[in-house]
Design a protein around this ligand. Structure first.
Ligand code: UT7
Length: 374
């Protein structure tokens, strides 16, 4: 039986840090509210497009695996809002890396995109279609935030993670997963302004208006992540006691705590990054996985459970058996270009650009909002 081992891992976080105090300079919010409701203290804001973060994270993952870009058979870029749609993000990454043999596909299931990508790559390896794949989970939501909306603006951050997956006859890698979608609740998280539906109505692309029912998403996320985790474990006849580390999607520390309590996973066996990076959507799980490895929290042969949810509402949980190696084979010298602005300066530029767009598109915005009742 062919399995798909995770042999390389890499991350790229943009350097500019946006604190809760920074957010309070232009929003009616404060550190106490954000920390007590979400666990978030700061998040990163990117000075470059997602493709650059993906290049660096992918180069690090490839070096970690000791795999040359030319050896890749497939690149999957999992993301909600990529830099471009046609051509896709993955072909851009193929080009940047020089991975000339790789088929290249984008995958969007919102925050679960990396994990759905891991399922896809693993299935293609198990069935013998290919041998070596790169799976990227990345997101740069900062240009698409409605920075004047305190309900959503405080929750997200930019970042990227990547893994290399290779065929092996050892029983390791992704060994069971449960994938699903609660589409009846898809309206609870609706980012209006990043699809053709709104461009066709005359709204500038990226001028987003977030429909966001936080409490509804919260409840569904806890239910579905717990169910997915239990069902993934049951597929292997395992229980939560067999799991060495839970690496969940990082949307809110209270969601993570609630899922942990229901599953029976202690906080000591749960990886947390939400306090420093906030919700990086498709990037949260791969970045948390990379940091767990860097911190020595993934032991050889460990069982990992990766529950997640995202807009859609897509949900899933992945059960991974780690291999023997928990340290990189090599390192990459890939770096981002230097950043000469603070995160708050970048955000204030985005806010100013958005205000210019809004002024230019005011009649269309009013008409569309009347049409949609928003
Ligand atoms: O990965 C997928 C995306 N992530 C999610 O979908 C996250 C899921 N939901 C959540 O994490 C939580 O529901 C939130 C963090 C969004 C909100 O937490 P909550 O405990 O459910 O708060 P709430 O919705 O009950 O809001 C309570 C109050 C409201 O004021 P009123 O109406 O009670 O006067 C909000 O207007 O908190 C207010 N509020 C804020 N106050 C200060 C909302 N955002 C803020 C803010 N600062 N940033």
């Amino acid at each position: 039986m062919i399995h798909a081992a995770i042999t390389g891992w890499g991350k790229c976080l943009p350097p500019a840090v946006l604190t809760n105090a920074d957010l309070a300079t232009f929003l009616d919010t404060d550190d106490e509210w954000i920390v007590s409701r979400t666990g978030m203290k700061e998040r990163r804001i990117s000075h470059v497009p997602l493709g650059e973060l993906a290049r660096v994270a992918a180069s690090r993952a490839l070096a970690c695996a000791g795999v040359a870009p030319e050896a890749l058979d497939l690149i999957i870029v999992g993301s909600t809002v990529g830099d471009e749609l046609a051509p896709n993000m993955a072909s851009g990454l193929q080009h940047r890396l020089g991975a000339t043999r790789a088929a290249s596909m984008d995958l969007n299931t919102a925050c679960t995109s990396f994990l759905y990508g891991l399922s896809t790559a693993t299935a293609l390896i198990r069935t013998g279609v290919l041998e070596t794949a790169l799976v990227v989970g990345g997101e740069v939501p900062s240009p698409f935030m409605d920075w004047e909306d305190r309900n959503t603006a405080v929750l997200f951050g930019d970042g990227c993670g990547a893994v290399v997956v290779r065929a092996t006859d050892r029983e390791e890698g992704l060994l069971a997963e449960r994938l699903g979608c609660a589409a009846d609740a898809r309206g609870a998280l609706d980012i209006r302004g990043v699809g053709a539906r709104f461009a066709n109505l005359g709204i500038p692309y990226g001028h987003t208006h977030w429909i966001f029912e936080g409490q509804e998403i919260f409840k569904r996320a806890v239910l579905e992540m717990t169910r997915a985790g239990e069902e993934a474990l049951a597929k292997r006849g395992l229980s939560i006691g067999d799991v060495d580390l839970v690496v969940p999607h990082q949307a809110n520390q209270r969601i993570i705590d609630a899922v942990g309590r229901r599953l029976g996973a202690s906080p000591e066996r749960t990886m947390l990054t939400v306090h420093k990076y906030a919700n990086m959507s498709a990037a949260t799980v791969p970045v948390a996985l990379v940091e767990a490895l860097e911190e020595g929290r993934v032991k050889p042969g460990a069982w990992l459970l990766l529950p997640a949810f995202g807009a859609g509402l897509t949900w899933c949980a992945h059960l991974v058996k780690w291999g023997e190696r928990t340290t990189p084979l090599g390192s990459s010298d890939a770096e981002l270009p230097p950043c000469d602005r603070t995160a708050l300066e970048i955000v204030n530029e985005l806010r100013a650009r958005r205000a210019r767009h809004a002024a230019a598109a005011r009649p269309q915005l009013d008409a569309v909002q009347a049409l949609l009742g928003a």
